[in-house]
Design a protein around this ligand. Structure first.
Ligand code: ADP
Ligand code: G6P
Length: 362
């Protein structure tokens, strides 16, 4: 095992139900770091792991303790904690964080079986994504930052139909039935994790069209926790104020129903948060620069970086609305958090800390 906590791994947790945009978010995140996450080049083509220069993304389905048959026999879903091995998940995340490689199992989504393990080396940034990254308190404690993608039922349904009907040939009835069957366990075990998240991206139907049932236009809220180490929330115009802004006019093209931004302080599960909201969608993505110029604390390295990222990944789902915008901002925030953690370690290496305490020896 390679070791040493001098180059410890930064660990990010990304929680959401399946089909809620986790892989799209991961693509935006690795793009901010300048790389592309590729499937692991280990032996198993069914590996769920993605690797880029800086980042390794582990899918927590790999910690299923019961395979598809086992779940069927016991009558439990994949969302049920009893289908998952949290002891092993904790041991592995802890080891990787300490710079030690692990042999991680692989849950094969094609066969529903557990395949032989693959070697995971400690990366600079480890992302654990899946149903339960913030479920177990020991794992939660190891996270340097956590995100929850909170997709409302109406919107989730629309996305699932799009994917499972168009791409996987399922019927409308079977999609409805599978969503209904997951609901109790989703509400018991997945949804409550959002109270622990440092950032929540909430996706709701628009309020710009009365009684909209279409689900095409989205109202997206970025809920940012206050007081999180190495994370300071982005804001609109004036930090701490409550703001409502309709940017459509001379500088931004808006067709019906327009775009509305909001910003302000709120309370979320007893925590102080700042919420940035965007309802509606962009007609012309390059005009996003006008909106970007009114947002502050974006953790960009140069003027226009948010817009540049959005244009670069314009073909990803959600690029014309708040889902893409806020995923990009959180990607920049994670880069900034990573750089701050590295910088704070460089300032206080073990030796230097010791020397400060015992100046007489020097
Ligand atoms: P997950 O990794 O959580 O299963 P994906 O990122 O693969 O989710 O997204 C699942 C599907 O949901 C996509 O194929 C797409 O149809 C839809 N989707 C995801 N994100 C968005 C978005 N921001 N806007 C619209 N559709 C989306
Ligand atoms: C979720 C989990 C998967 C699981 C799927 C279906 O999406 O993330 O790991 O394969 O549910 O579960 P099933 O028990 O029907 O195979």
């Amino acid at each position: 095992a390679v070791g040493g906590d001098h180059d410890q791994t930064v660990v990010i947790g990304l929680a959401a139900d399946s089909g809620c945009g986790k892989s799209t978010f991961m693509r935006r995140l690795t793009s901010v770091f300048g790389g592309t996450a590729e499937p692991s080049k280990g032996g198993n083509p069914d590996s769920n792991t993605l690797i880029s220069d800086t980042t390794t993304v582990i899918c927590l389905d790999d910690y299923h303790s019961l395979d598809r048959n086992g779940r069927k026999e016991k009558g439990v879903t994949a969302l049920d904690p009893r289908s998952n091995d949290f002891d092993l998940m904790y041991e592995h995340v802890k080891a990787l964080k300490d710079g030690v490689s692990v042999e991680k199992p692989i849950y094969n989504h094609a066969t529903g079986l557990l395949d032989p393990p693959e070697l995971i080396k400690p990366p600079k940034i480890l992302v654990i994504e899946g149903l339960h990254p913030m479920f177990d308190p020991r794992v939660r404690e190891l996270l340097d930052f956590s995100i929850y993608l909170d997709i409302s039922n109406e919107v989730k349904f629309g996305w699932k139909i799009q994917r499972d009907m168009a791409e996987r040939g399922h019927s409308l009835g079977s999609i409805k039935a599978s969503i209904e069957a997951r609901k109790p366990d989703f509400e018991a075990y997945i949804d409550p994790q959002k109270q622990y998240a440092d950032a929540v991206i909430e996706v709701l139907p628009t309020q710009l069209i009365p009684d909209d049932n279409d689900g095409k236009i989205l109202r997206v809220r970025l809920i940012q926790k206050e007081g999180v180490k190495h994370f300071s929330p982005s804001y609109l115009f004036d930090e701490g104020s409550t703001i409502s802004w309709i940017p459509c006019g001379r500088k931004l093209t808006c067709s019906y129903p327009g775009i509305k931004f909001s910003y302000g302080p709120e309370t979320y599960y007893g925590h102080e948060v700042s919420v940035l909201e965007m309802d509606g969608q962009f007609d012309k993505l390059d005009e996003l620069i006008y909106v970007e110029s009114h947002l502050s604390n974006l953790s960009t390295k140069f003027y226009g970086e948010v817009t540049q990222q959005m244009l670069k990944n314009a073909d990803f789902p959600g690029s014309n609305n708040g889902t893409g915008l806020f995923q990009t901002i959180i990607g920049l925030k994670i880069r900034n958090l990573f750089e701050q953690i590295i910088a704070s370690r460089a300032k206080t290496p073990v030796g230097a800390a010791q020397a400060e305490r015992e100046p007489a020896i020097v």
